[in-house]
Write a protein that binds this ligand. Structure first.
Ligand SMILES: C[S@@+](CC[C@H](N)C(=O)[O-])C[C@H]1O[C@@H](n2cnc3c(N)ncnc32)[C@H](O)[C@@H]1O
Length: 241
């Protein structure tokens, strides 16, 4: 085993996004602390033995927290695990979390199965087609399973380029705005829009938390023939009769 000094040198050589304690006394120097969001998820020992999918896992913080609770975790990111802190953190923790390097648009239940819990945290606004992303999220969540979606929230204001526009009076409308903040940011939306997108793609919303510019939806995957009919029509062809 490497000495603490060697471990710290390896850790400090990585460009981290998530700041967390990888091992006792060894903390990644990331740009944000995910432990507040972890508390909002409210996950506990009930996930032990369950399958958890962490979409856009980055350095693996949420995957490792779920693993520590006894879950069987699959982490997915379109950045290779050596390109983030995931690989080093997994090695140091002797983690058994599985990682696949794939775009979430290419995930299929036929390949990876379905999951009791799916985390889509800090990901939706990075995706060009949020409706398709939520359809894929639904296809990967077991009926009765739980999906968490955390993303940017415009309930107070829309932050568009160099100006902010107050939007409080519009919150009963499902609004999404194309923000294109940078090459990886596409859409911000309000909580009414996220709720309706989730319900339209086969989820039942259980809880919506909002704080500052962010929101977290907890939903249950439901069976819905209406959703299947709508989506097969929207992405297929309509035959006569
Ligand atoms: C803002 S980070 C969020 C990381 C983590 N989920 C969290 O909440 O702390 C977004 C992550 O999603 C990944 N990502 C973005 N678009 C993706 C896509 N289309 N498919 C897979 N991963 C993607 C990025 O590489 C990055 O690791």
């Amino acid at each position: 085993m490497d000495s603490t000094a060697e471990i710290l040198a390896q850790v400090n050589a990585v460009r981290w996004h998530q700041s967390f304690e990888i091992l006792p006394g060894v903390v990644s120097q990331g740009t944000y602390r995910p432990d507040g969001l972890w508390r909002r998820l409210g996950l506990g020992p009930e996930i032990s033995g369950n399958r958890v999918l962490d979409l856009g896992a980055r350095d693996g913080y949420f995957s490792f927290r779920c693993e520590t609770l006894g879950a069987k975790v699959l982490a997915v990111d379109y950045v290779e695990k050596e390109g983030t802190g995931f690989s080093l953190a997994a090695k140091l923790r002797r983690s058994e979390v599985q990682f696949i390097n794939r775009n979430i648009y290419d995930l299929r239940p036929a390949d990876i199965g379905t999951f009791d819990y799916v985390l889509m945290l800090g990901l939706l606004y990075h995706l060009p087609d949020p409706y398709l992303a939520l359809e894929i999220l639904r296809s990967l969540t077991k009926p009765g399973g739980v999906a968490f979606v955390e993303t940017t929230c415009t309930d107070e204001a829309v932050h568009f380029k160099d100006r902010s526009v107050a939007t409080g009076s519009l919150n009963d409308l499902p609004l999404m705005i194309f923000v294109a903040r940078n090459v990886t940011s596409f859409w911000d939306m309000n909580s009414t829009c996220l709720t309706q997108l989730l319900e339209h793609t086969g989820f039942s919303l259980q809880d919506m938390q909002r704080w500052g510019k962010r929101m977290l939806a907890r939903s249950i995957a439901v069976e819905s023939s209406e959703v299947e009919r709508t989506n097969s029509m929207a992405r297929g062809v309509v035959k006569r009769g």
